[in-house]
Design a protein around this ligand. Structure first.
Ligand code: NI
Length: 161
């Protein structure tokens, strides 16, 4: 198990755009394994590679559905969105904070899996919110800029993603 340091708001790398992954190398496999460990350890819902300091278009989404493994998405692209949901959001790069963000309630996302095979997935609710949040990271955007009202302090149960 290898944990990587999670970069936090104020670190300029979080404002940079990530680059597409062209091939799966040993380094990329190691990065994905470390991202998974780091996400599990931090008990987050999602993580983008930029959050551990690597500007590659890789995200992991773990919406904690019973028995489901975290989903690794390489070069994800949101193809469709619909509906709207309001809810509190957090981010492992913005520890201890939460804020209200409106997101689509349904997304269709295309990505490559770890074998570089194309996959299309769709989902609602937390899945949709998480995919949008993580894809924003790949553009150098943090949810704090989308918060309606104030960014609030949270105590223990902050579910960061
Ligand atoms: Ni985040």
């Amino acid at each position: 198990m290898a944990l990587r340091e999670i970069r936090t708001m104020g670190d300029p790398i979080l404002e940079k755009k990530s680059k597409p992954v062209k091939e799966i190398t040993e380094r990329i496999r190691e990065l994905i394994a470390d991202m998974t460990d780091t996400l599990m350890d931090a008990e987050g819902v999602g993580l983008a590679a930029v959050q551990v300091g690597v500007l590659k278009r890789i995200i992991i989404v773990d919406t904690c559905e019973e028995g489901s493994d975290p989903i690794v998405m390489i070069n994800p692209v949101i193809k469709e969105t619909s509906g709207e949901q309001e809810g509190y959001e957090g981010c492992l790069s913005v520890p201890g904070k939460t804020g209200m963000v409106t997101r689509p309630d349904h997304v269709v996302v295309e990505f490559l899996n770890e074998d570089m095979e194309p996959v299309t997935m769709e989902g609602d609710g937390l899945f949709a919110r998480c995919v949008c949040h993580e894809c924003d990271h790949l553009e150098g955007e943090l949810y704090v800029d989308k918060v309606e009202g104030e960014l609030k302090d949270v105590e223990k149960e902050a579910d960061g993603d």
